[in-house]
Write a protein that binds this ligand. Structure first.
Ligand code: AGP
Length: 615
């Protein structure tokens, strides 16, 4: 997600835009830019790095007297962070300037068509394609900018929040959205635009939130016209009076970034699937996998290297890839792998998983594997990060910035990507029945909505947390696909509540850990009605007979475990391979609420950093 800000009116746009961009940096911060326009002149400034870098290249006072400006702070999805890929983007003619937040899925097709018709491109972004599509339509039909935008957006597949201006008619801004938020602030004879209201909170609390498929024209004379892009019907603006303060808006009204990011998971998973899971075409499309499919089809082994939560995602990947693709997978702690002079065989593939793309141990492990001749594939969340740049190829999770130190949406989007890869490779290796593949693809497409429904059960977890917040220790148990989720649940609890917690395969209890069970020991058990369900039930009975307190994550409607556990949290009845994405949600919320009760700093837990860039 990126941060967009714009202004048209009598105040100094440069100051307003720069202050606004600083408030939006939580939405993305790999590059930034602003475009200023007066009635006769304009100025474009953009640079790689945070908004502060942009401030350094701007004159204290712009050489022009602008009344209009658009600004952008980027979280790259297409095209690495650099000066040319930074927004605002201009059209070939130099007349149109645009900022964009979102993903244009069919940008490749549109770009090829525009190139055939003589357009050239200076950047790798999908946004530059959109501004030129608009330009072409405006020129060909000889129509107003807003109309050209409307026609272009009806040709676009994906998500967008855009602000444009035409230097030939600099007395208006055109704003449109589908899937990416845009707020319009109503000032005195002026308009503000922001990805949220934080940029203009000090100037006005009157706001109109654009709805999906709406386009607005904001004029210098203080007029606002909103239309529905599809029906072409005019829309009466609904003006709200903002009550929120700055901090609560940046957190989307949630108390902490971690809770916001837990709730963002439906959208993060949906964005990660976007353009890759094409259910209506009955296919999964991963360009990087397609480009190197021979590497994957000839691979004798896949080694996954990662740290922390990403390592847990790698463990889920092992179950997915071995089950669907029948290829041996080893999952390694990057910190161990890098120092043990690992054996890399010809045709080995090494998958490096990292949210930040900057974890020192994972980067070092990558370089060693690369030197030894492995094909390196990356799964990162930060476009252009060090790890992503060192790989031979890879795929990005589109989770958006993860601010909370405890990883949540990164984990579920990493599993989403691993699931896409496993199903795609299974299709290519013909290790899956086509009908079963279609069924999995359909089920995968329904996950975001089901996760949204599951998160709505959050209040009950807050109640459960009260019974365990004074625990000194906790054990997490899971089997199969959910053994890694038990490890992840334990990590979440220990890193934000400082309660000592350990995850084990449920069957391991008898090999030692059961000695820990007494009435003071809470045990969180993932007991979905899948493989080995009966064995997990007997594990629960063993714990209960020793007065252990049990929180069970169960499949909807399970009465057997409900009769044994002290607390039960239901998750939807989905295919076994999808249970990790669901089972982890209540564990994230349980650790969050326990940490809150204990008065811990949830977003910035003691001793921890978001990205471990040192050994
Ligand atoms: C997870 O909640 C932790 N913040 C930590 O374990 C993290 O997953 C680990 O440091 C790896 O980070 P990366 O995904 O950015 O490489």
């Amino acid at each position: 997600m990126c941060g967009i800000v714009a202004y048209i009116g009598k105040k100094d746009p440069q100051h307003l835009l720069m202050e606004g961009l600083k408030r939006l940096e939580y939405r993305g911060y790999d590059s930034a830019g602003i475009f200023l326009c007066s009635s006769s002149d304009h100025q474009l400034s953009k640079i790689t790095g945070k908004v502060n870098e942009l401030s350094k290249i701007l004159e204290i006072k712009p050489s022009i007297k602008p009344h209009l400006g658009i600004g952008h702070t980027r979280w790259a999805t297409h095209g690495v962070p650099n000066d040319t890929n930074a927004h605002p983007h201009r059209s070939n003619s130099g007349n149109l300037f645009m900022v964009h937040n979102g993903i244009i899925e069919n940008y490749d097709t549109l770009k090829k068509e525009l190139v055939k018709r003589g357009y050239s491109f200076y950047s790798d972004t999908d946004s530059e394609v959109l501004v030129n599509l608009i330009e072409e339509i405006q020129a060909k039909e000889n129509i107003e900018l807003a109309k050209a935008v409307q026609i272009a957006l009806n040709q676009v597949v994906g998500a967008y929040g855009i602000v444009l201006c035409d230097i030939r008619k600099p007395d208006e801004l055109v704003v449109a959205r589908l899937g990416s938020p845009l707020a319009i602030g109503l000032g005195e004879d002026s308009f503000f635009v922001g990805s949220d209201a934080t940029p203009f909170l000090d100037y006005t609390r009157k706001v109109v939130y654009l709805e999906d498929n709406e386009i607005a024209v904001l004029s210098k004379t203080g007029n606002i016209n909103i239309k529905n892009i599809i029906s072409d019907q005019s829309v009466n603006p609904y003006v709200e009076e903002l009550k929120w303060n700055l901090n609560s808006i940046q957190k989307g009204g949630f108390e902490h970034f971690m809770l916001k990011e837990i709730h963002e998971q439906p959208k993060a998973i949906s964005d990660t699937l976007r353009g890759r899971l094409l259910v209506d075409q009955g296919k999964i499309q991963i360009n990087s996998l397609n480009e190197f499919k021979d590497k994957f089809l000839n691979a004798k082994r896949i080694i996954i290297v990662a740290c922390g939560t990403s390592w847990h995602a790698g463990l889920v990947g092992e179950y997915l890839l071995e089950h669907f693709v029948r290829i041996p997978v080893e999952v390694e702690y990057a910190s161990e792998f890098r120092y043990r002079d690992p054996i890399i065989q010809k045709d080995d593939i090494v998958i490096c998983i990292s949210q930040s793309g900057e974890t020192a141990d994972t980067l070092a492990a990558l370089k060693i594997a690369k030197e030894k001749g492995a094909f390196i594939y990356g799964i990162c969340n930060v476009v252009g990060s060090s790890i992503s740049r060192e790989t031979h190829s890879g795929i990005y999770t589109h989770a958006g910035p993860e601010i909370g130190v405890a990883s949540t949406k990164a984990f579920t989007t990493q599993i989403t990507v691993l699931t896409l890869i496993a199903l795609k490779l299974a299709e290519l290796k013909k290790t899956i029945d086509p009908e079963q593949l279609s069924a999995y693809q359909l089920e995968l497409s329904q996950i975001p909505e089901k996760i949204a429904q599951l998160i709505k059960t959050a209040p009950s977890i807050e109640t459960i947390a009260k019974d365990y917040s004074d625990s000194q220790n906790c054990i997490y148990l899971g089997r199969g696909y959910n053994f890694p989720v038990a490890l992840e649940g334990a990590l979440k609890l220990k890193e934000i509540s400082y309660i000592h917690a350990e995850g084990y395969p449920a069957a391991e209890m008898k090999h030692g850990p059961i000695a820990l069970i007494d009435k003071k020991m809470p045990v969180v058990v993932i007991a979905t009605k899948k493989t080995n369900y009966e064995k997990v039930v007997s594990n629960i009975q063993e714990i209960k007979s020793r007065e252990g307190r049990i929180v069970a994550i169960v499949s909807e409607g399970d009465e057997t475990v409900a009769s044994l556990a002290n607390h039960v949290i239901e998750i939807p009845n989905v295919s076994e391979c999808f249970t990790p994405i669901f089972a982890t949600i209540p564990l994230q919320l349980l650790s969050y609420h326990i940490a809150i009760i204990r008065g811990c700093d949830v977003d910035q837990p003691r001793n921890l950093a978001k990205s471990v860039t040192v050994e």
